[in-house]
Write a protein that binds this ligand. Sequence first.
Ligand SMILES: Cc1ncc(COP(=O)(O)O)c(C=O)c1O
Length: 383
Amino acid sequence: MSGSLSSLYGGRGVAIVSGRGGRVYDRAGKEYIDFFNGHGASLFGHANPVLRGALDEAADGVWICGAGFESPVREELADILGGLVGGGRAFICNSGTEAMEAALKLAVTVKPDRHRILACRRAFHGRTCGALALTFNPKYKTPFKRLLSNVEHFNPDELPGLIDSDTIAVFIEPVQGEGGVYPLPPETGRAISEACRKNGALLVADEIQTGLGRCGAMLASGLVGLDPDIVCVAKGLAGGLPIGATVWRESLGDFPGHSHGSTYGGNEFTARVALSALKLTLKEDFPRYAETLGGELRSKLASLGGSAIKEIRGLGLLNGAEMDTPSTDVVRALQAKGLLALSAGPRVVRFLPSFASTSDDVSQAVEILGEVLESIKNGGVVK
Ligand SMILES: Cc1ncc(COP(=O)(O)O)c(C=O)c1O
C-alpha cells in the first residue's frame, strides 16, 4: 500500500486478491471468513453469479449517457428506490457521503425559513463537508472546522424535547455503525418521528450501512420506530460498485432545476447492477435471511461465556461486540486466524457478514473469536 493510502486507512498488511461467496483469499492463497466485506459494501458476498450476469449485460450496453437523457434502467431503479418510502423520488449518486450531501441540500431547499439541523452524538454520516458537519467525532472534524456549517448534536433520547418550529431536519442512523453499533431504541425512534411530524421538521434516516436488507428489513428505520421523509442508501446497493441514493417522499417536492447533479450518478453501468441487486434481494428474501443469521451470530457470541465480551449489540447482519480489550488488537488477531472483522470505536469489534455468509461461517467465526479472547486472557501475544 502506498504511504499516503496507508496513513489514511491504516494498513491491514494483506492483499485480498479473490473471493467467492462469504470467503476471500489473499495473495498466498490463505482463506478468510469475510465479516468485513469492504466496510459492508459487498452485501451479496463475492462473485455473486446473478450480479456477475448483470455486470456482463452492463458491459455490453451503454456505460453512461448522461442524466439528462431518458434511461429505462435508471428510471426502473429510481422507481424501486422510491418505493422504499412509499412512492417517492430518488437522486442517484456515487457514494454514501454524496447521498448525505443531497439530503442536506434537499432539506434546506424544502425548509428555507428554518435554521436548525439536529444530529446525534456518536453519529457518522460521511466525510465531505456537509456530511462531516453531521458527523460527531471531533477526530474527523477538527482540522476542517472552519469549512463546516453548524449542526447541533445530542443523545437520541434528548431529541424529541429539542425539535421545534425552527428545526429544518433531524439526521439519524437507525443503528449507529461507526459510532459503536448502537441500535436506536424503538420507543426513542417513535418519539423522534412524532416530534418531527408535530413541528413540521424533516426526519432523515441515514441507512447507508443499515439499509437494503442488512438489518432484517429493506429499511431498518421501521424496525426502530423511525418514519423518515428522506432516506440515504449506498454501500451494498450495487453489491460493491460505487453508488449512493437519496430517496424522499413525493410530497416534499423536488430540487429546483440545476441546483444539484452528478456526472456519474445513475450511470447505466452501475444502475443495471443495482437494479439486479435489488430484485435479487426481494426475490430471495435476503432481509429475512439477514435477520435469522444475525440472530444466530448474536446468540453464539453470547455463548462465549466468561469471556472478555462486555456487551453484544446489533440488528440483522450489523453486529458489534464490546470488549474490555482494544478492538484493533482483537481485529488484528482475528485476521491472523482467518476472520476479517473491523473496529467500531476503541472497544467494539464489528461483524458485517454478507447475504452469502452461512451458519458454518458464523460457527467458525465465533470459534476463532473464542480462541483469540482466550489467548488474550492468558496474556498470549496478539498477532
Ligand atoms: C452510516 C454511514 N453514513 C455515511 C457513510 C459514508 O459513506 P461513504 O464512505 O460511501 O461516503 C458511511 C460509511 O461508512 C456510513 O456508515
